[in-house]
Design a protein around this ligand. Structure first.
Ligand SMILES: Cc1ncc(COP(=O)(O)O)c(C=O)c1O
Length: 405
């Protein structure tokens, strides 16, 4: 029987050579490779500044620290996402305010509008599976005069925004396009994940992308984030080497969130090849599946490209019409029995113990449940061959027929 993995990392000889060179260089933690990855990512995303960190989660902790999120502060986020999105708010001491999603899996701007209060400090919008949120609508909602007038700023940074901050949970978004530009340009701050299953990986890692409105300053904020990603130390290893001095100061109660060079080396090579090779290969798999499923009356194929948006194809969230959650589970079991790894992205937050115990209830999020109950994420990655795609398609079709008819 065939065995098809879900999301193995893409590691080629160039990546092995870059990591090996880094190991031999004697500089394995934050240094030249991180700097190169920050410069390259800023260039690829069309931004002035990006900051590398050791995970999406630590990037979110850093951003919330910068924003001064604290007890009583509310952050609006979708009920349909990975737990880390909401846990980041809990860790900062804030309250996650969950709202429902649209049919395309992304946060519903109308629901955001209804949920805003004077204590809403941020909207944390997720580009689900690499499909961009409706940023035009979200920016309109948070930029409304009424929202601005009622906004209760409790930190200097919040004061400068004068409204809730739009943060993209861009964990899946490298390569996603919105209004013909990289999607990470459309929120004030976007946070990418480079965990091992992501489109670009550093094993564990993240990138904070800055696209700040005036009077905020991207370069000044970059410096703040760098210092506070390194225990609040005023001089990094570069500066110490340059000025030949061992003396340093700790200027704030910073976090330890810096990305090591040995990890950055992987991401650097992947990002160099991303638009010429890695992303087109994901598109190939997307097209293969979509060609097959588009004439199956029972399948809902995920969005790939419209006039305003294009997916990064991090996931292939296939949905099956008119099935129950139990039938979906049975289909997954059958395809897994035939060697195809599949997943569900995601179990909605209100169905998880940690959030249920805090009073969230899935019945308040009907679209989230509807999308979840019939969703099956199929394998999508660079190394998946056309022949393997065909095998996956056959197993899904056979399993559907067996379970549903
Ligand atoms: C939507 C979303 N947000 C946040 C995260 C957390 O990323 P990390 O593991 O880099 O902290 C993930 C990880 O899979 C995710 O899928």
């Amino acid at each position: 029987m065939r065995k098809i993995d879900f999301a193995p990392p893409y590691i080629d000889e160039d990546i092995i050579a870059e990591v090996t060179e880094t190991l031999r260089s004697g500089w394995i933690t934050t240094g030249p490779k991180v700097r190169a990855l920050e410069e390259l990512s800023a260039k690829v995303f069309g931004l002035e500044k990006t900051v590398c960190v050791n995970s999406w989660s630590s990037g979110a902790a850093l951003v919330f620290k910068w924003l001064g999120i604290t007890k009583g502060d509310e952050v609006i986020l979708p009920a349909y996402t990975y737990a880390a999105t909401a846990l980041s708010v809990l860790h900062a001491g804030g309250t996650p305010v969950m709202v429902d999603v649209k049919d395309d899996f992304t946060i519903d701007p109308e629901e955001v509008k209804k949920a805003i209060t004077p204590n809403t400090k941020a909207v944390l919008a997720v580009d689900m599976g690499g499909w961009p949120c409706d940023y035009d609508a979200l920016n309109k909602v948070i930029g409304a005069d009424e929202v601005h007038n009622n906004f209760n700023a409790t930190s200097d940074v919040q004061e400068q925004f004068g409204r809730p901050v739009l943060i993209a949970d861009a964990a899946h978004s490298i390569g996603a396009v919105y209004n013909n530009r990289p999607a990470v340009q459309f929120a004030d701050v976007s946070i990418i994940s480079m965990h091992s299953v992501k489109n670009v990986t550093t094993a564990e890692g993240g990138i904070i992308c800055l696209s700040l409105p005036e009077p905020l300053d991207n370069t000044e904020t970059y410096r703040w984030l760098k210092v506070n990603s390194m225990s609040g130390q005023d001089r990094d290893a570069f500066a110490k080497k340059r000025i030949g001095s061992w003396r340093y100061d700790i200027v704030s109660d910073g976090l330890k969130a810096n990305l090591p060079d040995v990890c950055a080396a992987i991401g650097l090579v992947q990002l160099q090849k991303y638009h010429s090779y890695l992303l087109p290969q994901r598109q190939r798999v997307y097209n293969h599946y979509s060609n097959f499923f588009s004439d199956k009356g029972w399948a809902i194929i995920p969005d790939g490209k419209t006039k305003t948006a294009a997916s990064s194809h991090y996931l292939y969230p296939l949905r099956i019409k008119d099935i129950t959650e139990e039938q979906r589970d049975a289909i997954i079991q059958k395809i897994m029995d035939r060697g195809v790894s599949a997943n569900v992205h995601f179990i909605p937050l209100p169905m998880l113990t940690v959030f249920k115990e805090r009073g969230y209830n899935i019945e308040d999020y009907p679209n989230t449940y509807k999308n979840y109950a019939c969703e099956i994420s199929l394998p999508i990655y660079v190394q998946l061959t056309d022949e393997e795609c065909k095998y996956v398609e056959e197993q899904v079709e056979n399993a559907y027929i067996e379970v549903v008819s």
